[in-house]
Design a protein around this ligand. Structure first.
Ligand code: NDP
Ligand code: GDR
Length: 322
């Protein structure tokens, strides 16, 4: 029988890759979309006809009850969030409402309407924040450094709590940073690759960034959505770190990105205090051995391949007038 999946955050980076993967696997894919005054389907335009859209918002309980009722999902992937860490300081209450309470609203809707559906929560390496050990595993204590990180810890634990209280099949993917040509332009990787393409095509002369020394464990979003799906195919729900197990600095990302178009990043990158954060996460490095062992998952795209893929896509976009 055809499986049904409901994805919240369909229009985001991960929602678009996950929807593509599930369509390929012959799922009936439903996507929750909130109302917007402008078009937000750019990332899914190529396959929007293969997806069923249901209106709804993580801030609105009734809409979530209706969305579960209408889609009758076997699997629910909660990817929707205010996902930009930087803005969580300017919108801390809103971030908590969506990223923390929103998870409870969705779980409540499932519990009342379709409690046997399996649930995936998009948890984050930002929960480790000021890290207590390196590398970080499923057992590493949390120490968030932003309102976003705090909200995500609530989301993590409410998923665990519904698993333990109601025996629901709820799993957390603790995903480290993952990127792609579909990454939002405000995140540092895409900001760099877009900046490189703008400079290389004569549209800009410099690139202003914040902290160049912070290090992240960056993988490819297309690889990471497979881990989400694998988690919901297990007999028992559980929590998994998903990462490449390699960390690189923002500076290294810049060096490879500029070199891809034959430029030296030292000549173009300037530091701007506007992009610094009140509290920084200096380094995140995952240990994904549990996901590799239990799920049989592993990343396929290397760091260099990821950077070059993103630069090439932005160069292509500008050379075709985008
Ligand atoms: P994006 O920011 O690209 O996408 C976020 C999605 O959430 C969009 O579809 C957005 O819709 C939707 N959304 C936001 N607020 C609401 C709301 N109130 N109701 C319904 N939908 C809403 O994020 P990513 O795809 O990168 O990330 C997916 C999830 O994974 C997020 O929860 C993020 O916090 C988490 N995560 C991401 C990591 C990463 O490196 N990418 C790493 C670890 C966790 P709209 O188009 O209308 O704005
Ligand atoms: P992050 O991603 O906060 O890790 O959250 P982001 O790309 O925004 O920042 C990564 C690191 O780069 C530094 N940095 C800059 N960041 C931005 N955005 N802009 C700049 O100009 C800049 N200069 C330096 C930051 O200080 C930081 O150290 C992402 C999101 O996808 C979250 O939703 C997700 O949970 C985590 O990854 C894991």
């Amino acid at each position: 029988m055809t499986k049904r999946a409901l994805i919240t955050g369909l229009t985001g980076q991960d929602g678009s890759y996950l929807a593509e993967l599930l369509v390929e696997k012959d799922y009936e894919v439903w996507g929750l979309m909130r109302r917007s005054s402008s078009e937000s389907t750019e990332r899914i335009d190529d396959f929007i006809d293969s997806v069923r859209i249901v209106g709804g918002d993580l801030l609105d309980q009734t809409s979530l009850l209706d969305a579960i009722e209408e889609s009758q999902p076997d699997e629910v992937y909660n990817l929707a969030a205010q996902s930009f860490v930087h803005d969580s300081w300017t919108e801390p209450v809103y971030t908590a409402d969506v990223d923390a309470l929103g998870v409870t609203r969705l779980l409540e809707a499932m519990r009342r309407v379709k409690p046997d559906a399996r649930f995936y929560q998009a948890s984050s390496s930002e929960m480790f924040g000021k890290v207590h050990e390196t590398p970080q595993t499923e057992k590493t204590p949390f120490h968030p450094r932003s309102p976003y990180g705090v909200a995500k810890i609530y989301g993590y634990y409410i998923a665990v709590n519904y698993r333990e209280s109601y025996d629901m099949h709820a799993s957390n993917g603790i995903l480290f940073n993952h990127e792609s040509p579909r990454r939002g332009i405000e995140f540092v990787t895409r900001k760099i690759t877009d900046g490189v393409a703008r400079i290389a095509t004569g549209r800009a002369t410099e690139l202003a960034l914040g902290n160049l020394d912070s290090k992240r464990d960056w993988g490819f979003a297309g690889d990471y959505v497979e881990a989400m799906w694998l988690m919901l195919q297990q007999d028992a729900p559980d929590d998994y770190v998903v990462s490449t197990d390699e960390a690189h600095s923002v500076r290294e990302f810049c060096e490879i990105a500029f070199a891809r178009v034959g430029l030296d990043c030292e000549e173009y990158v300037v530091q701007d205090p506007r992009f610094m954060r009140p509290a920084e996460v200096d380094i995140l490095l995952g240990d994904s051995s549990k996901a590799r062992r239990v799920l049989g998952w592993e990343p396929k795209v290397s760091f260099r391949e990821l950077v070059e893929m993103m630069v090439d896509a932005d160069m292509e976009r500008y050379s075709t007038g985008g």
